[in-house]
Design a protein around this ligand. Sequence first.
Ligand SMILES: [Zn+2]
Length: 512
Amino acid sequence: MRGKWVRIILWGAVIGVLFGCGAAQTTASGVNAPAVVGATSNKAIDLTGDAAARKSSAVAQTQGGSDLSLDRVLVTQAVYDEPLIFNKDTVVRAVVGYTGAGTVDARVTVEFDGKTFTETKPVQGKQTVIDVFVGAPQNFQTQTVTARVEAAGESSGDDPANNSKSVTLEMVKPNETITAYFLPVDWTTEQRQRYNFAVSFPKFVQDNAIYLRGAYPLSKDQITVDFSSVPHMLSANEKHLANNQGDTDVVSQYLLYATISLAARRLKPDATLVVGVLPPGWFAAHGKRGALGMALRDVKGTVTGQYAVTDPTTSAHELAHLYWLYEDYDYSIDPPRPFTWLDRSGYFVEAKLPEEISPDKKIPTFLSSGAPDQAYWVDTRAYEYLTAKFTIQPGGQVTAPMILAATMARQIDPDKNYPTEYSAGWQRYEPKQTVYVSVGAADLRGGETLEARWFNGDQQVFKDAKTTQAGSAWYAFSLRNSNGMPEGNYHVDIYLDGKLVKTSKFEVKSSQ
Ligand SMILES: [Zn+2]
């Protein structure tokens, strides 16, 4: 079955406690659906580097040499332009130019975290990207990454002046642990045979683990994944999700979560997250067509997902709900919006896979509605927010004072100012709704001025400032117009002592 899927179903009318989703629809729209208005800029990384680098290449060319140049260095663990996470796998991307004819073998040498790495690759023309995988940083310090390029063999005419570059990155040490336990649930013998369970289930768990480690801003040793090979079977009253009219059976859904949680924690008492993995077609067979997975808002630490061999993202999606991230799809507006597209490029380091967006290549966030044939990657806002959340909470550390996130939210915790329920994913607001942005600040000196400037299009509509306290905290700002804000594309710029440090976009659009 292809087409449009949702990760979970809205069961909320009676109890109002579920992470909601639109009703399942099967009209195929896929990635050709209209792009999210105002939520993305499709800003591609400029791999050609800055103008100066281009100019230096051009000069060398006019002198008739065959010059190698290192035009740009990008260091990332998932999303570009974020601080490094301690002990998380990292890639250094060297953008190499060559002015000579044909190709030349270029060797890139990278100094990172006190170690040296090299990678050799044929280079041709203006920009060849050489990716150097440098492992996970073990020293918690401001990191200066130096890269240089040279011809691997004999070279003539190379001007060494443009062959090296350094970039400096701060680091964070988040304080959070995910111990995920994958429990197969309700697989019959026939289903186990049909899906080659003995081989494919461990592979599925492994793929999910790789995705979690890639997409979540945590150290390698902060994400542990384990699983059971023995399915936990359900009784009839634990899987009666809806009656013949489609009405939710609230008791049955709680029984389902209770039995999965108890069975898994008997096997893995220290699990922080239990993922109940149901066989293909299970939700449809039990009253919830179109669902791929589910998180109950008031059941912490247990989610369910349906086995889909091509999609390892459902556990990351459902886990995000437990950290108060909301859906990146919106079926309450016209036209409905099944996907939010990434607005910043990145890299799935664990899979050695660039996630390079461009106007021609759109990648949906993993909080979008699911389509098993579709590749997903981590959203900028989700990554920023989770980095801030895990780092600002007690025990987190940073190598320098920094603003980690400006997270759009619908509610703010009244004491701590952090974005609360249904937080980071909300980019669309009703005209009369209050718009919040919660700014995650780590290790500030205190006494700085934090300012929020709100814009509708290019026009500033409001500004507000606060004085910071020493240490790490969230700071909340809000925007509201009791007569209703005009519909449009908005953004909020966050300044720290007059310097722009974060921009977050949102949209005002009525669902009426
Ligand atoms: Zn969801």
